[in-house]
Design a protein around this ligand. Structure first.
Ligand code: CAA
Length: 246
């Protein structure tokens, strides 16, 4: 295999950590950004115990200047970013009639505008080198909408619009751009949903359980592999059958 440099944003969260693990096991050099240094150091230590070295770089995906600086640090340490996983994301759930402007903006900035902020500084190198893999981690709720998530669903749906435009613009440069849309995965984000609400949601999942972070990471590893060169502009739903739209 060819060893590549990968940047996984939000690598200290449940799905992000699993993606780092899978990409590192494939032999890639992996970096992630952090805002909470203590949390990031804990993930680095956990990975080190598994024999995985992760490069930690301070960076706020909401801030274009911070992202530019983060990418330059990674390039200096590990080489140009060849695999980018736009995974960082947050929720601020509330029904729209109660939603504040900050709740709207924080979610749109972190989930959607971050795709611009992080991808823009890596795309030129990818195009020059004629190889790249970009994956947006969107959500089932960007596909079907969700009560209490007008901000999140709008941002997550926007991520796939970003994917399919970049896929067209960059196909002839050997760059594939895809979306993975996880359903409800057992992470801190989903466990923060009130128990009674979550139980009702799980009851709607045909497979009968929450997903595992590794079940998302497996798909990201597949889409970023050398052999996935003809898969671009796709939106891969991984949700236990919870939403089967196409
Ligand atoms: N459809 C229709 N009605 C609904 C509903 C739904 N899905 N969910 C709640 N309601 C109704 C309730 O039945 C209730 O009606 P009544 O007043 O007539 O009894 C009313 O809405 C208020 O419900 P709540 O008591 O839950 O209202 P709340 O203001 O306390 O909380 C909420 C609202 C914050 C949106 C809460 O319902 C909630 O957390 N929902 C879960 C949202 C969710 O799925 N978030 C996903 C987070 S994880 C993630 O985002 C990862 C990913 O990508 C999948």
């Amino acid at each position: 295999m060819t060893q590549r440099t990968a940047l996984v944003t939000g690598g200290t969260g449940g799905i992000g950590t699993a993606i780092i693990r899978y990409l590192a096991r494939q032999g890639h050099r992996v970096a992630t950004n952090y805002r909470d240094q203590a949390k990031a150091e804990a993930v680095k230590e956990l990975m080190a115990k598994e024999g995985i070295e992760v490069m930690l770089v301070p960076g706020d995906v909401k801030d274009p200047d911070s992202c530019e600086a983060m990418v330059r640090i990674i390039e200096a340490g590990l080489g140009p970013v060849e695999i980018l996983v736009n995974n960082a994301g947050i929720t601020r759930d509330t029904t729209f009639h109660k939603m504040s402007y900050p709740q709207w903006m924080e979610v749109v900035n972190t989930n959607l505008n971050a795709c611009f902020n992080v991808t823009r500084p890596v795309i030129e190198h990818m195009r020059a080198r004629k190889w790249g893999r970009i994956v947006q981690i969107s959500s089932i709720n960007g596909q079907k909408g969700q009560y209490g998530q007008a901000n999140y669903a709008a941002a997550k749906a926007g991520m796939h619009g970003f994917t399919i435009s970049l896929a067209q613009e960059n196909a002839k440069f050997g760059i594939t751009v895809n979306t993975v849309s996880p359903g409800y995965v057992a992470t801190d984000m989903v466990m923060a949903v009130p128990d009674d609400v979550r139980e009702k949601i799980v009851a709607q999942i045909p497979v009968g359980r929450l997903g595992k972070p590794e079940e998302i990471a497996h798909a990201v590893a597949f889409l970023t592999g050398e052999e996935a060169a003809w898969i671009t502009g796709a939106n891969l739903s991984i949700n236990g059958g919870h939403y089967m739209g196409w």
